[in-house]
Structures are given as structure tokens and as C-alpha cells.
Write a protein that binds this ligand. Structure first.
Ligand code: HAX
Length: 436
């Protein structure tokens, strides 16, 4: 057993009694109320999911295992000369709650490298997609095709104890996380840069370094990849991708089914796809301006025109956050340091000055501040990943670290099949006192 898996097992054994105690001694205590508007309004804010991997405070933003994003980026070990930490170290933090040592990260890198062999049929599945296919559809199918490799399925059919489900789920999760960057880079090169060929990862390199190499990008794209995967990894459990992964896995579908499903949820324009929508929208503005940076008045008009035509401003607003997203701020700081003169960055920064006031005046969005997606495309564009359909694939690789860590813990704590109760409109009318 690897050091990481042993440490995880110890944490699982320590945690199980806490859940058992709540269930046994406090299982019937009421902890929240549900309003009619929450039932109609996408279950916003109902406290009904349990995770210790991350917590999203509306005013502060995300914390992974209690650490803010700047703390995560500062404390996790980094490759020599790199600005951003190892993604492999983040996996250790999400699973165990502990910041790993350099030696512990090095062991995970070796473990990941031993798990990244991809069967040829996966490349065949990817190659069989027509070239106009969306990369998210290809990614979802490629992950799905790997389902036959599931260890959990084999063990389940052997009849293992429920207490051991987490172990083979951990194997599946780690296998898939090691493979996803290779699959993502292959999709990128197949769709947009066949001249890169099929690049195999280097044996001694970390995930971020290898991803940059496979994408055909020079430094500092390795750091861009590390930053991108880390900041997108988790956003507690209620967002569409995390919740979908958790829901599907709750039926004891394996990691491959659950990950493919979470990718499909992330592909919606109100969720992960917003990052490509931001770039598409900005390009529209740039074209309208003939490449010139617009004045504040011109910028305001473009924003109002978008709102008045009934569309949302992509990259702004959030279902939980009520302040600027720290994932936006981390990327903004990276841009200020590395690409302050980038024309698209200037557009994004100019938008920051006008959009919040306009959204307040518009009066609908509960949060007028930018979210992660307002910045992420700019960084990719600057380093030559201009095919914005691909951005959500990058998001998926990062998000998989959080979703899969959560599913391992779901199995470890024996969380059951998810099954909320629905009611009819007539029942709801009665509950709120409407007489017919
Ligand atoms: N522009 C215009 N209108 C907006 C808006 C925006 N950026 N954000 C919210 N609104 C509107 C909503 O459409 C809604 O209008 P209706 O009452 O007419 O339906 C109203 O304001 C209230 O919405 P809300 O309660 O503030 O926000 P929701 O929880 O319903 O939705 C969204 C949250 C993120 C989906 C929303 O803010 C939005 O559509 N933003 C633009 C798309 C986007 O950036 N998505 C990425 C979010 C981050 C993420 O998950 N990344 O993966």
C-alpha cells in the first residue's frame, strides 16, 4: 500500500466514528428549514450535502481542507524553479487534509506515472469522433470507454464488504486522474494541432510539466497548467459537476460512469462552459472595436446591449459567492505579473471596472462580481491555447481531483444512495396555504 493510501486509511478510521455518533445520537435533530422558493429555485442554499474536502464561504470564497487558495498555493511543495505547486500534492491535501512533504509528493508522482498507460481503444474512440465535435463530448466518451478497467466493479462482484469499497474506488480514482491529462492533451492535438503528433509524457516529470509538454507549450505553461488544475479542483459539493459525480456514484456506479457524468454537467454554459463564453463574448467586442481597447462608455454600452438582448454576462455572478471569486483574483495576479500588457487581459480588467455597477443597476443578479471563468480564458489565450472550446476540458481535469476525492470519501463513510423527495404543485400550494 502506498504511503498516501495508508495515510488515507488512517484518516478514514478516525473519521468513521464521528459520522456514526451523529447518526446514532443526533440523527433526528433538525438543522435547517426549506422554503417554497428553494424547492422551485434549484435547491439554492439547502444544507443537505456533507463534505470535509472544501467549504465555500459566500464572502471569502473557497477553502480546501481549511486552507484559502493563496495558502494552498504557498504551502504545497513546488517543483524546483516553479511558481505553482505540484498538482499531485493537491491530491494528497484533498484526500488526507494534510500538506504533504516533498518526499510524499515525489512518491505520488511515481505512482501517477505508473498508472498512466492508456489502452489503445481509448485513442480509437477519440479518433472516431468527427472533427467538429465538441471536445467535452469527446472527453466524456473517452472516460466512459475506460469503464471496463474499473477495479471497483470486479471487487463488487466478488462480494467485498461495504467497509472496503473505498479501497478499489481509490485505485480507480487514482488511475483515472493519472490518465486524464494525457487524454485531454491528445484531444487538443487531434482537433487543433495534429502537427504536435501523439506526445507521450516524460517518465520523470510531474503532471503540470508533462501536460505542458504534451500540449506542445513552453514554460511557463507548466505553471499555468498547475495553477489552472489546482484552482478549479473543488468548490464544495452542491455545484452541478461535483453534485452530479456524487449523485451518480451514490448508486455504486464506478468512477468512470461518475466522472463522465460530471463532465457532462460541467459542459453547460451556466457552469464550466462559461469560460469559453467569456472569450467568445470578448472577441465579439474586440471585433466591434476593430481591435482597439474600448472607452469606458463603449464598454458599458456593450454590456448593456448584452443584457438588453436577454443574455447573461458570462463570467459574472454566482449561486453562492457574494464577493469577487478568489479564483479570479489568483489568476488576475498571475496576469498582472506575467502578461500585464496582453490586450485581452486589458479588456477583462476594463470590464471589472464597469460590470459590477451595471449588474447592480440591472437589479437581477444577486452577485455582481466576477467568478473564476472571467479570467481563465485570458491566461490560456495568452499562452497560445486559443481554441476556446477546449477550455472546459482543462476545467474538467482540475475538477476531477475534487470530485473523485469526494467519491472516495463517500464510499469510505458509507454514504447511501441519494434520494431526495419530490412533491407536486398541488401539495406545495397546500403547504403554503393556497386554497383552491
Ligand atoms: N448576467 C446577467 N444576469 C445574471 C447574471 C449575469 N452574469 N447572473 C445572474 N443573473 C440573473 C439570473 O439569470 C437570474 O435572472 P432571472 O431571475 O431572470 O432568471 C437573476 O439574475 C438571479 O440569479 P442569481 O440568483 O443571482 O444567480 P443564480 O444562482 O440563479 O445563477 C449563475 C448563478 C452563475 C448561473 C449566474 O450568475 C450566471 O448565469 N452567470 C453567468 C454565467 C457564468 O459565469 N457561469 C459560471 C459560474 C461559475 C461556475 O460555476 N463556473 O463553472
Amino acid at each position: 500500500m502506498s504511503v498516501l493510501k495508508r495515510k488515507l486509511y488512517k484518516k478514514i478510521l478516525e473519521h468513521r466514528p464521528r459520522i456514526a455518533k451523529i447518526l446514532k445520537e443526533h440523527g433526528d435533530e433538525v438543522i435547517a428549514e426549506v422554503t417554497a422558493s428553494q424547492v422551485i429555485g434549484g435547491m439554492r442554499g439547502i444544507k443537505s450535502l456533507l463534505t470535509d474536502i472544501s467549504y465555500l464561504d459566500p464572502d471569502e470564497g473557497i477553502r480546501y481542507r481549511g486552507y484559502t487558495l493563496p495558502e494552498v498555493l504557498e504551502k504545497l511543495p513546488k517543483p524546483e524553479g516553479a511558481e505553482m505547486p505540484y498538482v499531485e500534492g493537491l491530491y494528497h491535501l484533498l484526500l488526507t487534509g494534510e500538506i504533504p512533504t516533498q518526499e510524499e509528493v515525489e512518491e505520488i508522482i511515481i505512482d501517477f506515472n505508473n498508472r498512466r498507460m492508456i489502452p489503445n481503444y481509448v485513442w480509437d474512440v477519440i479518433d472516431s469522433f468527427p472533427s467538429e465535435s465538441h471536445p467535452m463530448a469527446i472527453l466524456s466518451a473517452a472516460v466512459m470507454s475506460l469503464q471496463r478497467e474499473s477495479h471497483f466493479n470486479v471487487k463488487y462482484h466478488e462480494g467485498i464488504s461495504k467497509m472496503d469499497y473505498w479501497s478499489s474506488t481509490y485505485e480507480d480514482a487514482t488511475n483515472l486522474l493519472a490518465k486524464m491529462p494525457l487524454i485531454g492533451a491528445y484531444i487538443y492535438n487531434k482537433l487543433y494541432h495534429p502537427e504536435n503528433g501523439h506526445r507521450y509524457p516524460k517518465p520523470t516529470c510531474d503532471l503540470g510539466g508533462n501536460f505542458a509538454y504534451m500540449m506542445g507549450k513552453d514554460k511557463p505553461y507548466d505553471d499555468v497548467a498547475r495553477m489552472y488544475f489546482i484552482i478549479h479542483a473543488d468548490h464544495e459539493s452542491g455545484n452541478v459537476s461535483a453534485h452530479t459525480g456524487h449523485l451518480v456514484a451514490s448508486s455504486l456506479s464506478d468512477i468512470y460512469y461518475a466522472t463522465s457524468a460530471m463532465i457532462n454537467g460541467l459542459a453547460g454554459p451556466l457552469h464550466g462552459l462559461a469560460n469559453q463564453e467569456v472569450l467568445r463574448w470578448l472577441q465579439g467586442l474586440k471585433e466591434q472595436m476593430g481591435g482597439e481597447v474600448p472607452t469606458e462608455e463603449e464598454m458599458k454600452k456593450y454590456v448593456w446591449d448584452t443584457l438588453n438582448s436577454g443574455q447573461v454576462i458570462p463570467g459574472y455572478g454566482h449561486a453562492v459567492l457574494r464577493k469577487t471569486d478568489p479564483r479570479y483574483t489568483v489568476q488576475r495576479e498571475f496576469c498582472l505579473k506575467h502578461l500585464p500588457d496582453d490586450p485581452i487581459f486589458k479588456y477583462v480588467d476594463a470590464l471589472y471596472n464597469v460590470v459590477p455597477d451595471i449588474l447592480r443597476e440591472h437589479g437581477k443578479a444577486k452577485n455582481p462580481w466576477p467568478n473564476v471563468d472571467a479570467q481563465s480564458g485570458v491566461v490560456q489565450w495568452h499562452y497560445g491555447v486559443k481554441e476556446y472550446d477546449f477550455y472546459t476540458v482543462l476545467f474538467s481535469i482540475g475538477r476531477a481531483f475534487g470530485v473523485l476525492s469526494n467519491i472516495v470519501w463517500d464510499r469510505a463513510l458509507g454514504f447511501p444512495l441519494e434520494r431526495p423527495k419530490s412533491i407536486t404543485t398541488e401539495m406545495l400550494e397546500k403547504m403554503v396555504g393556497i386554497k383552491k
